[in-house]
Structures are given as C-alpha cells and as structure tokens.
Design a protein. Structure first.
Lengths: 344, 344
DNA sequence: TTGTATGCGTTATCAG
DNA sequence: CTGATAACGCATACAA
C-alpha cells in the first residue's frame, strides 16, 4: 500500500540537489541544460516513474490539449464514422477528444457546451441540433478564444467555420442517371420542411428536373417527419398516385428502408417497378437484396478529418503569450461534394 | 477586442472587498457564509460572467470530473451504442467523457491509456483489443488510483471489475429453439480461436447440444478470422459437407451477412434450407428479406450504462482527503444475460 | 460569519 | 549553464 505521493519534478530536484527549473528544462531537453545534468534527470525520472501532471500543465499553460466534439447522436452511423475520423486526426496531434451527444435536445446541447467551456477545451467541433435556434452559447465560446468548427449540421450564420457536404453534386448525378435511364416521374420523400437539409434537397431536386426539361409535379414531393410511420405514410402517398413515380429519392437510408419495405408489400419489384435512390448513411446495402439503385455518399469520416484539420489550424495559430501581432485566421468554409455510388 | 482577463474569484473578492475564501464559499453556498454576502457574491459573479476555471479545480482537487472510455472501434454499432449509454450516464453525474479508440492495435491502446493517465481521468471504461496480451499498462492505472471497469472484451485476469455479457443464455435459447424445430445438424461459424468470445460460444454450443442428446460433430464447427473472405470460406466449408447443416449459428451479424449471401448464391433458401442464428450487432434485420431466424441480443447500451454505474460507485467512494478508513470496495463483476430475439 | 495563509505541480522570468 | 521565485485559480485548515 504505497503512499499517495507521486513523483514530481520537485522531488526529482531535491534528490538530485538541483532546482526544479533545471529539472523541468532538462525534461524538455532544453539546450541550455548541460548534457550530464539532462541525462541524470532523465535517468532518475525514469527510475522514479515520473510522469508529468497534465492537470498542472493545463492549468499553467491555459491549454488542455483536448478538443470537444458535440454531436446529435453517436448511434447514428454517419456521426460515429465522423467521430472516428475526428478522434483519429486528434490522435496524430496528441490531442484528446471530449465527447458529448445532444440527442437533438437544444437544452442538452447548451449544457454540454457549458461544460466543454468550463473544461477549457482548446477547440470544438459541433453538429447542431435539429431544433437549435439560439446560438448564444456558441458565441460565448469566443470569450475564451475557443475556436469552433461546425460540422454537417451548421447554423445559419455569418462568419463561422464549417465543414459540410454539398448534396447538390450527388443528387444531380442521381437525377441525371435516372433520367438517362428513362425515368420521368421521379418522387422525392423529403425530411421535415424546417430542416436546411430538406430545403437543399428540394431546391436541387427542382433544379435537376428543370435542367433536364422535366416539369416538376408537386404531388411527387412529399415530406416525412422521419419516424417509421411517417416514412411509410409518405411512401404510400407516392405509390397510390394515379401517375405513380417510377423512381423515388429518399431523404436518407432509413427512409429508404421503410420505402422499400412498403413498396415490396404492395407487390412492386424494387429497381424494376420503382427505383430507389437514397442519401447514404448505412454501410451495408451490398448485403441486401432489395437495395437502392444508388446512394448519395457524404463521406462522414473524411469530413470529420477535415473539420479537425481546420480546427487545428486555428488551435495551432493561437499565440501562446498574448502576442497580438499575427492576423487572426479568416473563416474556413469547406464544402465536400457528395457523390453518387451505384449499388447495382 | 476585450482583454484576456477573465473574471476570477480573486477579482470578485477585490471588487466586493471581501476575501477570496469568502467568495469561494459563497459560490458554493457554504452555510457558514451570511445570506447577504452570499447573495452579493452570486450577483456580481453573474454580472461579471464569472465561470469557474475547471483546470484550476482539477489541479487543486486532483479530480478531473472526466472518465476515459477506450473502445476498439467507434464505427461498430455495438460500441457506438455502448458509448452512447456511457456518455448518457456520465452526463447525469456531470462528468465528461474522454474518448479513445484503439482500432484493435495494442500499441495504440497502450498510448491511449498513457494519455488518459496523464490527463488524470477519474476512472476508465475499457474494452480491450483482440490482441492485447500484456496488461501492464492497465496495472499502472492503479498507481494513480484510477478505477477501471472492463467492458465486453475483458482481460483474463483476477481481481478486476467488469461488465460483460453471458452469451450462454441466449445461445442455449437459440439451440433449444432450433432443436425444437427439428434441427439436428447445427453448424457453428466461430471467430478466431484465441478470442475468449469464441471459446465461450464453443463451450456453450457443445453444452447445448449434449444437453439435448445431440452428438457434436467437429466438422460442423469452423472458425473464421472475421474477414469477409474468411467468413465466406467458413460458410462454404459447412455448406459443402455431405451432411450439410440445416442451421448455422454465426459469430456475429457481419458473419451472418456473409453467410447468408453465400448460402443464397448456392441456391439455398434462407430459413428453409438453412436457418441462420447470429449474435446481434446490427439493428436493421427487420428490413431485410433474408434475415436470420433470430439474433442473440447483448444490449450494448444497457451494458454501457451498467459499466458506468459501477465505475461511479468506485469514483464516488474514493476518499477525497486520503482517508484510509473506508474499506476499499470489492470488485464487481456483472454479467448480463443475452437473450434470443426472434426475427420471424 | 469572515479573513489569512498555504499549497497543488509546473513553467517562466529573472538574475547570477 | 543553473537557481530562486513568482504565478496560474482555487479550496481549505486554521485563526479571529
């Protein structure tokens, strides 16, 4: 039962009869410390099993070597892939990742931002809640000079850093493919109207049709709350049309799963009677018989890496002493191009 | 461009012409501080936008209010569900979660443990690598009195805390169901031999058969490295048998996906010519046509919660001052019962 | 009920 | 090349 005393530089200094500053510098291989002293310090430190106390260093340096990551939901494959990329990148910088999930609850989101702030993370990557309307808590981070990079779900706001995915490229590819294959009645099962993501899909959908000289039809555009029931209902409302669509683009893979199930129940053959194209978030279509014709891929892992990269460009540019000389970095707004991945 | 000076209790004390200790205590609503003083302190603190500096507190209290979670892989649904449960539980205790993924690389695992240690997390939840053989780095945590709860993939070692899942219950249920349905040749596609998880499956498989008076057949037990190729090969070797099994139990859902694909390619009808039962880690079977007859569910989210609960029982029992009076808590080893969930 | 003094472990600024 | 000392922000033992 050894005593609570952990080795500190002070202890090393005492035993070596040198000063703590010497030990500190020796441990950092500071050039001003003699070779022999440096060696002796390292040797004793090893023997004593000395390990720097990170909490003391964080305190002193005002740096925690930790970034905060706030995501709506870790059980969604899209986000867990993203955090995987983030964690990986942070690791290369010897940074740790402090995790929070908002569960799409703005109150929770606010609380988490609060704790991240008091923890003094060196930076944050955030994907906001579906319902976040007030951005004050994010602005508060500026007070502590905590840079923030928004990710995927970004606020409607000027002067922010973000990494997101341009759904347009992939969706236009999808529409072109479908039209090329002779489809003229192409349905859209969109998400809730208030989501930016829904709007983007809608705009691009319309643009893609018009660009191919196809007259959009309001009846072919339906919305779902993204619950299973709502997905099913939306699918039904499309399939019950007199002029049934021969292809359907769904808001995401979960909607696609529901849509496929309903279509099959109605005796339709997937990708023959009705083609499905979805925005990807599941990695397992290749195993399924009734899978979409193609998915619009958003590369969450790479997006996560990119967001980290941007965040670290800010973290590393921060003057350690308050050296106001350097220009503040300007905002970075990276937009990935989504891509159509065919499954058949 | 406001100055770097953030409000501290010292600043509040100065303005209120009281001592820092008074402010500190007032902020904590210490009963010894007068109502009026307490009020004034809170008021000014609010006005100044005071927020406690967590790094200072961590340093002083030797507590970081952070737990470390080390998992092999965040992109696996099982683990992302688990971390979701952990994060959630930690949140209720106002704790943060520091994240690390080993990617099944023992070196990486060791490095992460190292950083977690220097970060002085208050506790850890760890699921070890497939190849972890040396547990020294875990033992090092004891030096800092960092309690550790192993999760799911646990080391073969005495005197540890862990939460894991008893595969026996679910697997026996599965075997009973299959045998009840008339199956006599039941194959097993297991994982690598060195995995405890594989061994458990094998033992139980044998036990279940013998208990039902069925003579096990070595040829019906095959192993896979869990790569796609190996899964396919293992499946083939079973299906090519003269006495082809009429049911196959797979190591996990990914193996099941591969097995189902191969079986179909060979013209077999799933759950008619050959029944599949798998150990669950995918949440989407209900959408698939060719799905296993049933899955053995392990409840990762709940396991994560439970692991957190145990960890906090240790964290909270830790004497803040080195008060050696209390008995150290004895090890807790919780084993969940897996359950068979039918899909058809 | 409040104040004073101290220390947590480290780095940094001086001075030598 | 090295040492003494202050400082980071907070909590607490002790004193009043």
């Amino acid at each position: 039962m050894q005593r609570d005393k952990l080795p500190t530089i002070k202890e090393i200094a005492k035993r070596l009869k040198v000063s703590t500053s010497t030990v500190s510098r020796a441990l950092h291989n500071h050039p001003s410390i003699g070779y022999i002293t440096t060696y002796r310090v390292h040797k004793l430190a090893d023997e004593m099993g000395y390990e720097p106390n990170h909490t003391a260093i964080s305190f002193k340096q005002r740096k925690t070597y930790t970034i905060g990551v706030l995501l709506p939901n870790l059980s969604e494959a899209f986000f867990s892939a993203a955090i995987s990329g983030i964690e990986n990148f942070a690791g290369t910088k010897n940074y740790n990742v402090l995790l929070g999930q908002s569960l799409d609850d703005p109150e929770r989101e606010k609380r988490i931002i609060e704790t991240m702030k008091t923890h003094r993370v060196d930076g944050m990557i955030v994907s906001i809640t579906k319902n976040t309307e007030n951005y004050d808590h994010f602005d508060q981070l500026a007070k502590y000079r905590i840079p923030i990079v928004f990710f995927d779900r970004i606020p409607e706001k000027e002067n922010i850093n973000y990494v997101a995915c341009n759904l347009e490229s992939g969706l236009l590819q999808a529409l072109n493919l479908l039209i090329e294959q002779g489809h003229r009645k192409i349905g859209l099962i969109n998400g809730p109207d208030q989501l930016i993501a829904s709007n983007q899909r809608k705009e691009t959908y319309l643009k893609g049709l018009v660009g191919n000289n196809i007259q959009p039809d309001d009846k072919l555009m339906v919305s779902s709350t993204l619950s299973k029931e709502s997905n099913q209902q939306a699918t039904n409302s499309l399939l019950e049309l007199k002029d049934r669509p021969t292809a359907i683009i769904t808001f995401n893979d979960y909607v696609a799963l529901d849509a496929i199930a309903i279509a099959k129940k109605q005796g339709l053959v997937i990708n023959k009677d009705v083609c499905i194209v979805s925005f990807a978030n599941l990695p397992i279509w290749e195993y399924m018989d009734n899978r979409p014709l193609a998915s619009i891929e958003q590369f969450p892992y790479r997006q996560g890496e990119k967001a980290s990269e941007i965040l670290f460009s800010f973290i590393e540019s921060q003057p350690s002493t308050d050296d106001e000389s350097k220009e503040p970095l300007s905002n970075q707004q990276i937009i990935f191009d989504s891509e159509l991945i065919k499954h058949l």
